[in-house]
Write a protein that binds this ligand. Structure first.
Ligand SMILES: [Zn+2]
Length: 420
């Protein structure tokens, strides 16, 4: 096996800088002692400015686009060359961890710093983007940054209010942006050949594999439904067991089926009943009406639809057997986002080079890559995080893992941008 482009010593130095910068960004928060940085807030603009300085120091031309993404470009061998786009987000949930999003932006800057330190130009330019809103914390609508890049903001978004009744358009005005110029953040399809996003895993799979890095196969699709069993309420003392139409017993039977059946349909599928309301809800009354939610997710739409159909058919069968009724109504659905096969292969080669073997895994959480993949071939690299904890101040990664991440990122950027 040949050596990595970036030495372990150089990677350790870069990783230490990434960790220090994650700490510095974590100080930019609207809530003292916690990390909260939402879209179009003064804190987000300060974070943009700080990241912009680091991009400049890495030899990049820097600008903030019309929706508030911070962007940097490191020219290729020919000025105006197509670019490989790297990025992630700089906004956070409330009381967030300091690596979700930021790690992807800062490791990307290190890959450019590596080139800049050597005075190297690749055939492709490298662009980095720090997306301004992935989490949707402030306005309840998500991916505003990446949908600015793809030019797919629905018209209604500018009128969308935050919790204080401030619309997106007003909030833009308040921080010096102009809602009439949102379209300017959209980039031409020809500008980029591909998008790569490095992110913490936010789950426990890499930790179980004892690996620092893994390659994402797809971002899970999801269906959410409101379901209901309706039987007949009755006296808990007088109705014999054989005459009951117990909606809660039916729901319980269905839930056990869901738990058992889901991994049989596919090892990467997950299904959750997260809420349950039982009526009338008294100790001496047979439950007559149970409302429950169902959330199913998976990396491929086909098996996911098959699972959902299977679970709903069983809900119906249980209801029929018990002489009661079952209904289900879908209120949310998002298709799975497959990662580009060639980019996955390139990432896998880079990861194998760095840590000896690679593992492929789906992403259970949503990412900017969902939006970007609609326009450009996209793929993601995951970094192990402590116990899979995320969206939590306890979110944690090790400097050693980050060093491997930077090494792999340098490797894959060189390959995809044509240097290797
Ligand atoms: Zn994230």
């Amino acid at each position: 096996m040949s050596e990595c482009l970036m030495t372990a010593a150089a990677a350790a130095e870069a990783a230490a800088r990434v960790m220090a910068r994650c700490d510095a960004l974590a100080e930019i928060s609207e809530t003292p002692g916690e990390l909260t940085r939402v879209y179009l807030s003064p804190e987000l603009l300060r974070a943009n400015a700080m990241v912009g300085k680091w991009m400049t120091a890495a030899g990049m031309k820097v600008w903030q686009d019309s929706v508030g993404n911070i962007c940097g470009r490191y020219e290729g061998q020919q000025v105006g060359a197509k670019a490989l786009l790297l990025g992630s987000h700089l906004d956070t949930v409330r009381n967030a961890g300091r690596y979700d999003g930021m790690l992807g932006v800062l490791t990307a800057i290190e890959t450019v710093q590596y080139l800049h330190d050597r005075g190297e130009r690749l055939p492709l330019a490298i662009e980095i983007i720090g997306f301004c809103d992935e989490e949707g914390t402030r306005f309840g609508i998500t991916l505003l940054g990446s949908r600015g890049l793809t030019g797919t903001w629905p018209e209604s978004w500018v009128d969308h209010p935050d919790a204080n009744g401030i619309t997106v358009a007003q909030a833009m005005k308040n921080c010096g942006l102009n809602a009439d110029r949102i379209w300017q953040s959209a980039r031409d399809v020809e500008d980029f050949v591909a998008y790569l996003e490095l992110h913490i895993e936010q789950g426990p799979c890499l930790e179980q594999e004892q690996l620092a890095l893994g390659v994402v196969t797809a971002i899970n699709g999801a269906h959410r439904l409101n379901c209901r069993f309706v039987g007949e309420a009755g006296h808990a003392g007088t109705v014999p067991m054989s005459h009951r139409k117990d909606a809660l017993a039916a729901a319980a039977e269905w839930m056990v089926y869901i738990e058992r059946r889901t991994p049989q349909v596919g090892p990467q599928l997950v299904a959750t009943v997260g809420t349950l309301q039982c009526q009338p809800g008294a100790v001496n009354v047979i439950p007559g009406d149970v409302a429950l939610s169902l959330d199913v997710r998976g990396p491929e739409d086909g098996p996911l639809s098959a699972l959902l159909a299977d679970l709903l058919a069983e809900g119906e069968a249980i209801a029929q057997r018990r002489g009661i009724s079952f209904s289900a109504e879908e209120f949310y659905c998002i298709a799975a986002t497959a990662c580009d096969a060639e980019l996955q292969a390139a990432l896998t080669r880079a990861v194998v080079q760095v840590q000896g073997r690679s593992v492929s895994l789906p992403s259970g959480a949503g990412h900017d890559a969902i939006a970007v993949a609609e326009r450009w071939p996209s793929a993601m690299l995951f970094v192990r995080c402590d116990r899979g904890i995320s969206h939590n101040p306890a979110e944690s990664v090790t400097t050693e893992d980050v060093a491997q991440a930077v090494q792999a990122y340098v490797q894959v950027v060189n390959e995809v941008a044509g240097g290797a």
